[in-house]
Design a protein around this ligand. Structure first.
Ligand SMILES: Cc1cc2nc3c(=O)[nH]c(=O)nc-3n(C[C@H](O)[C@H](O)[C@H](O)COP(=O)(O)OP(=O)(O)OC[C@H]3O[C@@H](n4cnc5c(N)ncnc54)[C@H](O)[C@@H]3O)c2cc1C
Ligand SMILES: Cc1cc2nc3c(=O)[nH]c(=O)nc-3n(C[C@H](O)[C@H](O)[C@H](O)COP(=O)(O)O)c2cc1C
Length: 590
């Protein structure tokens, strides 16, 4: 599946016109787009405006397949960038989503670039699981004529760093493929290393026979996909906070803040389903503790840099190994060299715990060299521009917990919930999520399962349908701890129900009774209706916690289908897998 057609944000239209056009264009079929292109070209010809025909290069260009496996779009965006670079180098590139690919497709290609992300705890992106299973199967096609290279995206905070990329790289070699360049592991700050790696790997894949193409016209679609050309991860827009309110009651165990951001003057646009990336700042007290533990207390310039630029919390095996190398301390080397001890030591610990457990005085450069750049955090957009115009709303749950005798807080969520006020600014960029969209046909029934902050994109979906005056069948499952204290956006849902925009809401409050009740229990109770909706072609959306909720909801859906259709659990699994492939069972989990 390729990403949907969208106008770049630098298209010569005002932002609201771009958003409006995207809402239509995104759901067009190839036939409709061809018709539209032909119609507009014909209109220009009839009105006497000369059309410009692009020059077409007439050299034979070696084919290059660029396969991506993505969940949240980074690998796909990189694949498209690699495709542009490859065109410039004289390739005829073809970008392929692992969701639509088979190993046999790859075995036929002589040049293959793979860009793959890792999700869950070392798993492949959900849409790529069929591909991965086929690649790993005993009967997988041989890859004897394939020259390949793998770029692995990941996050060093996870134990199984870049596991999917490694699995593909090793499997291609085992199937007889020829590694044209060593695999590149990328952390969240992948832009620069990926660009450097592509700069050497693409020529290595090209070999000798092909020359760079001569005059090729390049249309720069770099801004397509909701990410405004000038505002990006590395250049965030400083959006003013115009509202910031805790939606939980003062007696709740939780703090979930609704945040309104002004996009005025930015030209940023987004669609329901997209996320906003927030550039956070570290808590000053945490930075002080790190400086203290490194023997650098009182260095104010370093303090300022650590607050806004460096990840002073995430502790990974990589940080421990670098620290061991840097200090030469044998006890740290012992820890770094013992995978079992390391796997025991890391969970729940932060950089400060390492520096405190193994006191070593560092220089400022040594300390910053240990720390990766502070990565942005993503938040599902909770509004529709059709309803709120130049605003974006977020729903952020403050992360607080205790581990190893210390109180800990999440960096970005408490930066927003505790350390920002109305009138302050937040550095943001838009992260498009083309695989989590409302159905193109507004009459398609939708079932939205979103406990906790998982409900955020569904507020955006409902605003979008409300603004368009569409009342397609819709059903929301929401859950949290207590009805009285944690019913996020309660009045809005009631209003939407009264006006017929939202058809049905089922709620599960886990702590209002002795036995815990979750959304999956409510789904099971409503299984007959839910199965009928599925049979009637409903699209299912799941958003929120990936570790427990998404798994339990999946099991409930499997059981509901098995029960409703009178089939075995395995057959119900297959139906869910087919729905995923058809884009009727969509997940946005984290
Ligand atoms: C596509 C996407 C959409 C998202 N949408 C939303 C949203 O709408 N709203 C929202 O609130 N969040 C959302 N998130 C999650 C969000 O991006 C952040 O991960 C979250 O806010 C925590 O970030 P933080 O900087 O506050 O915490 P961090 O500083 O990143 O700390 C979080 C880490 O702390 C550790 N931790 C947390 N709790 C515990 C515990 N009890 N015990 C031990 N360790 C623990 C875990 O290692 C965890 O990964 C989304 C994520 C993605 C990928
Ligand atoms: C919920 C979640 C789980 C993740 N699990 C892993 C993991 O196990 N290993 C890893 O290296 N990266 C992990 N990552 C990081 C992603 O691989 C990284 O964000 C990557 O850039 C995503 O690429 P994509 O947008 O193409 O899916 C995880 C990210 C999230 C949000």
């Amino acid at each position: 599946m390729t990403s949907p057609a969208r106008l770049p944000t630098n298209a010569p239209f005002p932002p609201d016109a771009i958003a409006a056009l995207n809402r239509v264009i995104e759901h067009t079929s190839p036939t409709q787009r061809s018709w539209l292109a032909g119609f507009l070209a014909g209109y220009e010809a009839a009105s006497g405006t000369p059309a410009t025909a692009p020059a077409v290069a007439s050299v034979v260009r070696p084919a290059l397949t660029i396969l991506f496996a993505t969940e949240s779009g980074n690998s796909e965006a990189l694949a498209r960038k690699a495709s542009k670079d490859a065109s410039r180098l004289g390739f005829a590139p073809r970008v392929l989503d692992a969701a639509d690919a088979t190993p046999a497709d790859l075995a036929r290609t002589e040049r293959l670039l793979v860009i793959a992300a890792t999700w869950g705890e070392g798993e492949a992106p959900a849409r790529a699981t069929d591909f991965m299973a086929a690649l790993m199967a005993d009967a997988a096609t041989r890859m004897d004529k394939v020259n390949y290279a793998v770029l692995a995206l990941g996050d060093r905070a996870y134990a199984q760093f870049c596991a999917t990329g490694h699995a593909i790289d090793e499997r291609l070699a085992a199937l007889g493929g020829h590694r044209a360049a060593p695999l590149l592991e990328c952390d969240l700050d992948y832009d620069a290393p990926a660009a450097t790696w592509l700069g050497t790997t693409l020529p290595a894949l090209r070999g000798k026979e092909a020359e760079p193409a001569p005059s090729v016209i390049h249309v720069d679609f770099g801004a397509v996909g909701g990410e405004a050309r000038e505002w990006s991860k590395s250049n965030p827009f400083e959006a003013e906070i115009t509202d910031l309110v805790n939606l939980n009651s003062s007696r709740s165990a939780k703090q979930t803040v609704h945040v309104e951001l002004s996009l005025a003057g930015s030209g940023l646009t987004y669609l329901p389903g997209d996320a906003i990336g927030v550039a956070p700042e570290n808590d000053s007290a945490v930075v002080e503790a790190v400086l203290d533990a490194a023997g650098l207390a009182g260095d104010t310039a370093l303090h300022a840099a650590l607050v806004s630029k460096h990840d002073v919390t995430t502790l990974s095996g990589h940080v421990v190994r670098s620290f061991a190398e840097l200090t030469g301390d044998p006890s740290i080397k012992d820890l770094a060299g013992d995978p079992e001890r390391l796997a025991d030591f890391l969970p729940g610990r932060h950089v400060v715990d390492l520096l405190t457990a193994f006191p070593n005085k560092l220089t400022p450069a040594q300390l910053t060299g240990l720390l990766r750049p502070l990565p942005p955090r993503l938040y599902s957009v909770a509004s529709s521009q059709a309803m709120v115009g130049e605003e974006a709303h977020l729903l952020v749950s403050a992360v607080r917990y205790q581990a190893h005798g210390r109180d800990r807080v999440g960096v970005a969520s408490t930066h927003i919930a505790d350390r920002r006020r109305v009138g302050d600014r937040l550095g943001i960029h838009v992260k498009a999520n083309p695989h989590f969209r409302l159905p193109s046909d507004p009459a398609t029934p939708i079932v939205m399962i979103g406990p906790g902050t998982g409900v955020a994109p569904f507020r955006a979906f409902m605003q979008e349908r409300d603004a368009a005056g569409l009342a397609g069948k819709s059903w929301l499952f929401f859950g949290d701890q207590r009805y009285t204290h944690d019913f996020l956006y309660q009045l809005e849902w009631q209003d939407l129900i009264e006006r017929g925009v939202l058809g049905r809401i089922d709620v599960a409050f886990s702590r209002d009774q002795d036995a815990k009740i979750y959304v999956q229990n409510r789904m099971w109770e409503a299984r007959r209706d839910l199965h009928r909706w599925i049979e009637d072609g409903a699209t299912l959306y799941v958003c929120g916690d990936q570790t427990r909720m998404a798994r339990d909801v999946h099991t409930a859906l499997r059981d509901i289908i098995a029960d409703g259709a009178g089939i075995a659990a395995d057959a119900a699994e297959e139906r869910l897998a087919a729905m995923k492939k058809q884009g009727r069972y969509l997940l946005d989990v984290y």
